[in-house]
Design a protein around this ligand. Sequence first.
Ligand code: OGA
Ligand code: MN
Length: 270
Amino acid sequence: MAFITSNLSPRIGTRIETDHATLLSGEKSAGIRELLELRGVLIFPVINFTDEEQMQFSRTLGALVDQGEKGLYKVTLDAKITPTAEYLRGTVLWHFDGFSDDVPARASILTARKTSPIGGQTEFANTYAAYDDLPEERKQALSKLRVVHTMAATQRDVFHNAPAEMQQRWASFPPKVQPLVWTHRSGRKSLLLGSSADWIEGMDKAEGRALLDELLAWTTQPKFVYRHEWQVGDMVIWDNCGTMHRVEAYPSDSGRMMHRTTLVGEEPIA
Ligand code: OGA
Ligand code: MN
């Protein structure tokens, strides 16, 4: 069956046009996984999968994280539908998913069920490409740095003047120390940044903060970024180990609804 791929920009993003049967059969799963690691994000325009199809297709790529309803998690800011809606407000900041996991999710698969009339477009940045383009001496200087990731850091810029009980809830998530440069089993390296990156171990807090801000700005330059403008029925997969993502702010009562499946992590951060 037809399986047509086209790159959306030189450094990130590939569009795949194909049909349900090809995707559900698993015949392309090895190729899709390879392409995902190489291109960071894959777009399947208006593929219009049902929940069952999304889960079946996702399982051709790996094991599903047990979340939401039988592995299908509803990404919405409506707390009546999704109890974790409050944390999801933090998705407007650049991040990777599961900073506190020893083995972060391999990839996430998002389908658009209802878009927002305002905002709600999603951007992805290639953290392999951002590392590769650093000058050699900068790579050396960064190679030994370790970053402390916290829940508070993912939330405090979204909830200004957070009440004490909210801050206590954030503090109940243990901080996680991760290398700034992730050396993958493949030998490739990527920058591990995002909103959870709070300070750099052993470095003056303000100095570390300035470095993290500078590297985030570097990594999210237009040449490393793909912005997806959603249409209902689109499916997007991102490599959670080689990209960051963020969603443009959208109203919590917009009705925006995305259905997500997540592939279990396969490689510890090292
Ligand atoms: C997520 C996420 C972005 C979006 O589900 O992890 O960050 O566009 N979603 O809703
Ligand atoms: Mn996310």
